[in-house]
Every structure is written in structure tokens, then in C-alpha cells.
Design a protein around this ligand. Structure first.
Ligand code: ZN
Length: 220
């Protein structure tokens, strides 16, 4: 099943393989899911991909990518979704920027009632009463733009927070921008002395690209 984003079909999806407990430190990875063997092989070559099984029928390729960072090219601000969202029974009931409703909510622009305090906001999200991060990027890999567009999606607060200023920057520049998806790691020692880690994704540094630089790839 191809995913459709606007006029373009996405060739795959990347997510952060977010480890939460019991993992040895220093192991970070991303997960690539694609229907295309060519995309799976090419991306694997770039980021030390490791096959992690296939769906029944064999038309879905899943690869674990061992790389701390992935450089991506985002074509425009429309390809960056940065919002808090709450869904109930499959429908969107709240979409906001933390203080005001965002489209497609009917009350767009009006105060949404989320707490100002980040701790209260996160507690509301945890209990299911408040919205949680719903960030999404559509991009080409800077190292292989000819493969086509992929998506990245995350509900991590760290990613949401790192995207805050970057999404405004992309909006201001209007045109294509290069940024980097990065996995961060937080190490903890358990009582038994085991070194475990949490990993989470962030987005870093926006570099504006000229239309010529990006158009080369994005027009393909
Ligand atoms: Zn809200």
C-alpha cells in the first residue's frame, strides 16, 4: 500500500527506534519501512542497514539503520508538521501549538486551554486528557535524493521541542532546507549496576538550500 502525501507518493517511512528500558548504552538506530527493495538496499548501504524481518507476503522491507544522524532535505514549510494533537475514537479532537488551536480545528486561532506549564502539559498528555506531540516531516535523503520522498513521524517531546524554532525558520525561508535528524542518548545506571539508556530523536540545524541545489533532486 503506497502512502500518499499531497501530489507525491512516499517511498518509505523512517522512525526512531526509541529504546526505553533494559538496553545497553550506545545502541541507537532508526527503522526504515519501505515497499521498494531498491530503496531498502540503497538506504541500507548508506546507514549500515540490517534486515529485521518482512511482513507476510514479502512486499514490505524493514531495515534497522545504524547511524546517529540522517541528513534530510525538506522541500517547503508544508512538509513540516509541528503540533500537539489528541485523537479520540479515530477522530482528531484537539490540534494546537500549545496555546491556540491550529487547522483543521474549527476554532483555529482561539485559545485551546492547554496548560502553560510544560510539566502540566506533559502530565495531561500522559493521562490521555491532553494532546501530545504529533510531528511529521516529509523529505528526501540528502545523501540520495533521487530515491524520492520519505516521511518521519514522532510523538517524542524532545523532537517536538527541537522542532519548535526550526519549523519557524523553514517557514521564514519558504524554500527548501537541509536539516539533520539526530538520535540523542541519555544513560542511566540501574541499582544492579547495569548501564541502560533511553534514546530519543531531535532535529538540528536548518541550512537553506538554493532552488537550484534542491530542485535538482526535488523536481525528479
Ligand atoms: Zn491545546
Amino acid at each position: 500500500m503506497a502512502q500518499v502525501h499531497g501530489r507525491e507518493e512516499l517511498v518509505g517511512q523512517i522512525t526512531a527506534d526509541e529504546g526505553r528500558t533494559g538496553r545497553r548504552a550506545g545502541l541507537w538506530s532508526w527503522l526504515l519501512t519501505t515497499e521498494s527493495r531498491e530503496v531498502a538496499e540503497c538506504v541500507s548501504e548508506l546507514y549500515q542497514g540490517e534486515a529485521v524481518g518482512a511482513a507476510p507476503g514479502g512486499d514490505l522491507h524493514v531495515r534497522k539503520l545504524h547511524s546517529r544522524g540522517i541528513a534530510v532535505i525538506v522541500a517547503s514549510a508544508a512538509d513540516v508538521r509541528h503540533r500537539l494533537a489528541l485523537e479520540k475514537e479515530g477522530g482528531l479532537v484537539h490540534a494546537c501549538d500549545g496555546s491556540r488551536f491550529l487547522p483543521p480545528m474549527l476554532d483555529e486561532g482561539k485559545p485551546c486551554g492547554c496548560p502553560d506549564d510544560p510539566f502540566e502539559r506533559k502530565a495531561a498528555a500522559r493521562s490521555g486528557a491532553g494532546p501530545r506531540p504529533d510531528a511529521r516531516l516529509v523529505f528526501c535523503l540528502a545523501a540520495a535524493p533521487e530515491l524520492g520522498e520519505l516521511s518521519f513521524q514522532s510523538s517524542a517531546w524532545q523532537l517536538y521541542e527541537s522542532l519548535e524554532s526550526l519549523s519557524h525558520k523553514v517557514e521564514r525561508t519558504g524554500g527548501p532546507a537541509q536539516m539533520e535528524l539526530v538520535l540523542r542518548e541519555q544513560r542511566l545506571a540501574t541499582r544492579s549496576g547495569l548501564d541502560v539508556s533511553f534514546s530519543y530523536p531531535e532535529v538540528h540545524t536548518v541550512r537553506r538550500l538554493s532552488v537550484a541545489q534542491a530542485g535538482l533532486h526535488l523536481a525528479a
